[in-house]
Design a protein around this ligand. Structure first.
Ligand code: SF4
Length: 475
């Protein structure tokens, strides 16, 4: 749905390329394809025989790299990032890639995810003399690599050693003198894929970037893998024993573009199957099915196909609302819903409408859309959500940091229904979602992170965290 309005945001997308004469230009297109993962900052770093070059700024990719900005980014290898920032992470200094120069060589790093132990590592590094220039977790890796440089380790070994000290969710692209290094956390929480463009190798948070640049997808980066790409080709090794694979379920539900694939499954098809599964789980007497644009359309089509209720375009998204109008505050969010969405009166008037959405975070947006449809003449609005209820915070780089923001935490489905003013409310079951994505129905070892639906986290989390179900027990 509308990321800026609902407060459910991915924090970044990363891209990298090795072995192409137009590395910066290709990265620019790659970042364009990843723009939905972050609109508040973008950057590209390149490397040639003389060193590193970097250009980054706040804003959209085409704003940061306007005019002939790419001209100075020479070299046959590059990394880049698009960024969504949380309140704590604002400021140009946090826009990536971060470049570090030292007498032993330069290094550029971009990252997607969130380190659970960043605070402890920072404190320990500061005690050893490190000074941090940003509030970004990414800088921690650079300092760890530098600290590991004592002794006769190769750069790859130093990166491996540093990565093994990190806990949480991370997909790193690191440009070093030895090559382009790509790493995925031991649970593979954030998506990261490898592709090939002619003789060049590319990596990206999503495969939709490969389609845009004409690259073919090779495979996902494995949990715990450090992949080094240089003139000798590919070198894959483990910096950690792979844990239980737990890719973020919200990538399938909401974050990834419908034309991306994760683990070989197309996102549009996965969402459509979630919609079909929902229609098997609930029977609703209605006249028309509509999806909240954009990410719910696939599920709405699936629901319509399976239920036999016709799909119609009941809600239209205004694509030309400038980013600057949408501020991450509750008041602006509420105003923003009206600016961004309009009902199609002729479709909904006098009809019983099934409104398919991908998730409910605070509930404010759902409530306003239900009201919008009713004001447009819908006689009934049945909300069906193509995912289970969000009840627990995410510690892995998705901006749902407190469960107090989540309308479903501590409330029954009927209580949520009443708050959003719907005639009925149905969520997809966890088992149904797993089945639709093609995973085993058993939640344990299913290959997905389900933590925001179940409160069961695939890694250790912050030591002082009290989870919603623990609060209920008075802890
Ligand atoms: S907690 Fe939810 S949003 Fe966070 S990584 Fe897991 S599935 Fe994704």
């Amino acid at each position: 749905m509308l990321a800026e309005l609902r407060g459910l945001n991915e924090e970044c997308g990363v891209f990298g390329i090795w072995g192409h004469d137009e590395a910066a230009q290709i990265s620019y297109y790659g970042l364009h394809a990843l723009q939905h993962r972050g609109q508040e900052g973008a950057g590209i770093a390149t490397k040639n025989g003389k060193g590193m070059h970097v250009l980054k700024g706040e804003g959209l990719v085409n704003e940061v790299f306007s005019g002939d900005a790419l001209k100075g980014l020479t070299g046959h290898t590059a990394i880049g990032q698009v960024r969504y920032t949380t309140e704590a992470g604002r400021g140009i200094e946090n826009v990536q890639p971060l470049v570090f120069r030292s007498t032993t060589g330069s290094m550029a790093i971009a990252h997607n995810g969130n380190l659970i132990n960043a605070k402890e590592l920072k404190e320990s590094l500061e005690q050893q003399g490190s000074i941090f220039q940003t509030t970004s977790d990414t800088e921690v890796l650079a300092h760890l690599i530098k600290r590991s440089s004592r002794g006769s380790l190769t750069q790859r070994d130093r990166v491996k050693k540093a990565l093994s000290m990190l806990k949480g969710a991370f997909a790193f692209v690191v440009l070093t003198e030895e090559g382009l290094m790509v790493a995925q956390d031991p649970n593979g929480l954030r998506p990261l894929s490898l592709g090939k463009l002619g003789d060049a190798y590319v990596v990206s948070s999503e495969t939709c970037a490969f389609d845009l640049i004409g690259a073919e997808t090779i495979r996902s980066i494995e949990p715990g893998e450090l992949l080094t790409i240089n003139n000798s080709g590919l070198h894959s090794e483990r910096f950690a024993q792979p844990g239980e694979r737990a890719i973020c379920s919200m990538e399938y539900v909401y974050f990834s573009r419908p034309d991306s694939d994760i683990d070989g499954l197309n996102i549009h098809m996965a969402r459509k199957r979630c919609g079909k599964q929902l229609a098997r789980e609930i029977k609703i007497d209605a006249d028309v099915v509509t999806g909240v644009p954009d990410s719910s359309i696939s599920a709405a089509i699936g629901f319509s196909e399976e239920s036999g209720i016709p799909y119609e375009l009941g809600l239209i998204k205004n694509r030309y609302v400038g980013r600057t109008f949408i501020q991450p505050t509750q008041a602006m969010r509420e105003r923003g819903v009206k600016m961004k969405l309009s009902p199609v009166h002729q479709v909904v008037e006098g009809k019983r409408v099934v409104m398919v959405d991908d998730s409910i975070v605070r509930g404010t947006t759902s409530k306003r859309i239900v009201k919008m449809l009713k004001d447009a003449g819908a006689t009934e609005v049945h909300v069906v959500i193509a995912a289970p209820p969000l009840v627990s915070p995410c510690f892995y780089g998705v901006d749902i940091s407190t469960d107090s923001e989540l309308i479903a935490t501590g409330r029954s489905v009927d209580e949520v229904r009443e708050l959003i003013g719907a005639d009925s409310l149905t969520f997809l079951s966890v088992e149904g979602m797993l089945q639709a994505i093609g995973r085993p129905a058993e939640m344990k070892n299913c290959g997905q992170c389900l933590a925001c639906f179940t409160g069961e986290y695939p890694t250790e989390i912050y030591a002082d965290t009290v989870l919603p179900h623990e609060k209920e027990l008075g802890r």
